[in-house]
Write a protein that binds this ligand. Structure first.
Ligand SMILES: [Zn+2]
Length: 279
């Protein structure tokens, strides 16, 4: 509509996102304790530091404005663990406890999982309720367009569990990737190199795969498996049309296969290495 929208306008964390002017990002507790948050009606947003997208988009028109609203949120999330608010029946309470701000236990869940909550607010004020809610709705839509999902705390926090699960899996993958890879592949009739590797890695694992790396009939073996050691059948070679991808770590070979093919390699029925889930 306005044309010449900078590329960064798509990023829900940008200073000009959605055609609004946003404050910088602040540590939530510091912004709250330092009274940095404006005591006016308007829109605010939360993110996890160093992570893409937003955790939550909110609006407030209450007396005391966003400062008072986020004061409720800041205190509510510290007062009790998330389970107290979300599983209040199991906690033996007769009625749903007052949480200050409905997002309080959801922010707490994210923080307990290691997210560092940061807040930013629109410099524009939205004193009129209908316009303010419409602006909030439009921003949630823009977030979905940019990232493919709603901020997880939106709509009663219904996306939080999935968000945290995905985050946990991503971080585990990053940590594993940082470890030096010890995978070696033997091809071009390098049977000598392969047999030396097997001799030094009795407890290692081997993927037997066509040299084209077609995963269809590949198999994962223990390094001791009789079908891939000893003397090759019919006077052939272990490292010709079929190559050997080797590692001392089963998890590492599974990661390699996941990166290459999107799935782990089927286990050999003879030596029966542990399944993908058993590490
Ligand atoms: Zn085997």
């Amino acid at each position: 509509m306005t044309g010449d929208i900078p590329e960064t306008a798509d990023d829900p964390q940008a200073a000009d996102w959605g055609g609004l002017s946003w404050s910088g990002w602040h540590d939530f507790d510091k912004a709250h304790r330092g009274n940095l948050i404006p005591a006016t009606s308007g829109i605010y947003r939360f993110r996890a530091r160093d992570e893409p997208g937003l955790l939550y988009i909110g609006e407030s028109g209450q007396a005391g404005g966003r400062r008072a609203r986020l004061d409720d949120l800041a205190r509510g999330r510290k007062r009790h663990p998330a389970s107290f608010y979300l599983n209040w029946r199991a906690a033996g309470l007769a009625r749903r406890p007052h949480r200050g701000h409905y997002a309080a236990p959801h922010i707490r869940l994210c923080e307990d999982a290691g997210c560092h909550a940061e807040v930013s607010w629109a410099l524009e004020e939205h004193p009129e309720k209908t316009q303010r809610r419409a602006a909030e709705t439009r921003l949630i839509q823009l977030h979905r367009q940019a990232t493919g999902y709603d901020p997880p705390i939106q709509y009663g926090g219904r996306g939080v569990a999935a968000y945290l699960e995905k985050r946990r899996a991503n971080r585990a993958r990053v940590i594993r990737r940082r470890r030096p890879m010890s995978i070696e592949e033997f091809r071009n009739r390098d049977d000598l190199g392969y047999s030396r590797w097997v001799a030094g890695h009795h407890r290692g694992y081997v993927i037997n795969i066509q040299q084209s790396h077609n995963p269809r009939d590949a198999r994962l073996h223990t390094a001791a498996c009789q079908t891939i050691t000893g003397t090759p059948a019919r006077g052939g070679t272990f490292t010709g049309d079929w190559t050997k991808v080797c590692s001392g770590s089963l998890a590492e070979l599974d990661d390699w296969a996941l990166q290459q093919f999107g799935s782990v390699v089927q286990r050999c029925g003879t030596c029966q290495p542990p399944g993908a889930g058993a590490r």
